[in-house]
Design a binder for this molecule. Structure first.
Ligand SMILES: CNc1ncnc2c1ncn2[C@@H]1O[C@H](/C=C/CNC(=O)c2cc(-c3ccc(F)cc3)cc(O)c2O)[C@H](F)[C@H]1O
Ligand SMILES: [Mg+2]
Length: 214
């Protein structure tokens, strides 16, 4: 049967990227998605904004919701200080399998913990599974209608502390209206929109950065 798009993306990485070089893995995926097949990675333009927020926060604990092929996983992990871990959640086993191989190819497997499962089930288990008290940084890039319920779940599980940063992809396209309304109007968040474009296109999209105020 025909290969899947994530499998073709992985093949491009194995063929063209330099093993152990995260930047070459990132550049290879961006080139493939721009010139061969579009894929829903955060991409290079929004990726630069993601990079700047990760560097600013320099998190000791970080969570990613929605690994997909691991593009943003590699982008985030390559900037993390030594000894810190990025936990990334993915419930599609086929995507998780591709992501594991892309993460391994980049050489960042020691900074990343890919957990197969649904965010709704795993978020309440973060303390018991990983001894995580709170997250300094959360990147939301999974199903868009799950951003709000999972943010409320993070609050309920007391996994956010004063100053925790939420960074959400696609708040314009495909859009996350209920999430945006919440973080922009809740007194418990200070929110800021970073205008950009949908990955590999000229369509408007952007990232919303929200600080939890406790
Ligand atoms: C619900 N809990 C989950 N737990 C663990 N893994 C999950 C969960 N939910 C999904 N996943 C996992 O997270 C990923 C889901 C990514 C979804 N992303 C998008 O839809 C998305 C879409 C576009 C887009 C824009 C314009 C257009 F014309 C077409 C597409 C652009 C983007 O940047 C996106 O991120 C993965 F697929 C799924 O298994
Ligand atoms: Mg996205």
């Amino acid at each position: 049967t025909r290969s899947t798009r994530p499998q073709r993306l992985l093949r491009a990485v194995q063929k063209k990227a330099i093993k152990g070089d995260p930047q070459s893995v990132i550049s290879t995926i961006d080139y493939f998605c721009r010139h061969s097949e579009w894929a829903m990675n955060v991409g290079d333009e929004k990726g630069a904004i993601l990079d700047s927020v990760v560097c600013e926060v320099s998190p000791s604990t970080a969570l990613e919701l929605g690994t997909y092929c691991g593009y943003s996983t590699v982008r985030i992990a390559r900037l993390l200080p030594p000894g810190t871990k990025l936990i990334t959640l993915e419930f599609n086993p086929d995507y998780a399998a591709v992501a594991r191989q892309i993460i391994e190819y980049s050489g960042l497997q020691d900074k990343i913990c890919l957990v197969e499962g649904a965010s709704g089930d795993l978020i309440p288990k973060m303390q018991e599974l990983f001894g995580i008290k709170t997250f300094d940084f959360v990147f939301l890039d999974h199903w868009k209608d799950r951003y709000l319920p999972d943010t409320k779940l993070l609050e309920e599980c007391q996994l956010l502390r004063k100053g925790s940063i939420l960074l959400a992809d696609n708040v314009i396209c495909p859009g996350t209206p209920d999430y945006l309304e919440y973080v922009r109007n809740s007194p418990r968040y200070e929110s800021k929109y970073f205008k950009s474009h949908l990955e590999y296109t000229k369509v408007e999209d952007g990232l919303e950065k929200s600080v939890f105020l406790g």
